[in-house]
Design a protein around this ligand. Structure first.
Ligand code: GLY
Length: 376
């Protein structure tokens, strides 16, 4: 499929009473940022938070479309990488918002990947007791997951995303052309979160991805379709369970295993977030099959898809070797999802039929992982 231009963007609405907002998905949709902001908040000034890499690629264009719509804009540029989700950089951003004299009616624009979105969103949640903000995600992970739903956070020495707030954006602009400049490894890593939506609740989307992932990687309408499907699923879940009291937990499919491997690798380039989630999902379907919940043929089909795309599906594929079993078990035990010694996992009864299991014994997980680690 070529990089075709459709007539207009796809707009998905997140239907939260009194705080509903649009996700605008399309090649070139960044060009509408200024006019959409002017329509939503007439007269507001905007402060763009971005990182050095994204600033080089897209900051001039972002200021340009704001200027064209008479939206005054300034910027704060942070260092790229997970290290910026810290108290220190958070303070710099909050002080920068105040130094730029942003008033209550003004807004913050998070232009970047998940790190920028989480950090800028959290600063917007607390500066002046709450400023509006707009998400302009520039990574695939950002466009299909982290920019939607209002989870904002920084990291603590005790773990990832432990300091944060729910604060919904007023608009998300997902310009799919911005993904053209992503390194292939980063795009592939974000793709793990795309597959997640098929696995957790939409088997036909999984099978569509299995048939069309090449086109989705190449760009054009298949990419827009896939991103809009993820956003539709996420918007529906968030509208029903904004604060993760129930079904929003399904979005953590693959994350309990995945976070443990990501943490064991020091949140480094050794294993990117999406690679850890791909591996986590491969383990989650195998664990589900081992419990007799899911036919092994379904687990094999999921694993074959992840492997075809180039995501790791076996622990031995982690560069530098498998982390030690007790390290992984320790990290799983520290997860937010432990209750009275029982672990919570998202498991599957079929492709597209995930559910929250709150009764998983640590010993059962340990023997499963021991088998997987020793497998050559
Ligand atoms: N990324 C998971 C969630 O937004 O709930």
């Amino acid at each position: 499929m070529t990089k075709a231009l459709r007539a207009g963007p796809i707009v998905v609405n997140v239907a939260l009473a009194g705080r509903a907002y649009d996700i605008v998905i399309g090649r070139g949709s960044l060009s509408s940022l200024g006019t959409r902001i002017a329509a939503l908040r007439a007269g507001a000034a905007a402060l763009i938070v971005t990182d050095e890499n994204i600033a080089r690629l897209h900051l001039t264009a972002a200021h340009g479309v704001l200027r064209a719509a008479n939206v005054r804009s300034s910027e704060i540029v942070i260092a790229p990488g997970e290290q910026s989700k810290s108290w220190r950089v958070f303070e710099t951003v909050c002080e920068g918002l105040l130094a730029a004299r942003l008033e209550r009616g003004d807004l913050v624009i998070a232009l970047g990947g998940g790190v920028v979105g989480d950090l800028a969103g959290f600063a917007a949640a607390v500066a002046r007791r709450g400023l509006d903000y707009v998400q302009v995600p520039t990574s695939l992970l950002g466009q299909v997951d982290s920019s939607v739903g209002g989870k904002t956070a920084i990291n603590s020495s005790h773990g990832k995303n432990l300091i944060g707030a729910f604060h919904q954006p007023i608009l998300v602009i997902a310009d799919t052309a911005l993904l053209d400049t992503l390194p292939p490894r980063e795009f592939r890593s974000g793709y793990a979160e795309v597959v997640k939506y098929g696995l957790l609740g939409d088997a036909s989307f999984f099978f569509w991805l299995d048939a069309n992932w090449h086109e989705m990687f190449a760009g054009g309408e298949a990419r827009e379709h896939a991103i809009s499907m993820c956003c539709r699923h996420k918007a529906a879940i968030v509208a029903r369970d904004e604060r993760e009291n129930g079904e929003r937990a399904l979005l953590n499919f693959g994350h309990t295993f995945g976070h443990a491997f990501e943490a064991a690798c020091g949140f480094s380039d050794r294993l990117l977030h999406g690679e850890a989630i791909g591996l986590g999902m491969a383990l989650a379907v195998q664990f589900s099959a081992r419990r007799g919940l899911l036919p092994m043929a379904d687990a094999d089909r999921v694993i074959a898809h992840l492997a075809a795309v180039g995501l790791p599906t076996q622990i031995k594929e982690i560069p530098g070797g498998a982390p030690k079993l007790d390290t992984i078990m320790n990290l799983i035990g520290q997860d937010k999802k432990v209750q009275r010694g029982k672990l919570t996992f998202i498991l599957a009864r079929g492709i597209g039929a995930a559910f929250v299991a709150r009764d998983v014994d640590a010993a059962e997980v340990e023997s499963f992982l021991a088998e997987k680690i020793s497998k050559r």
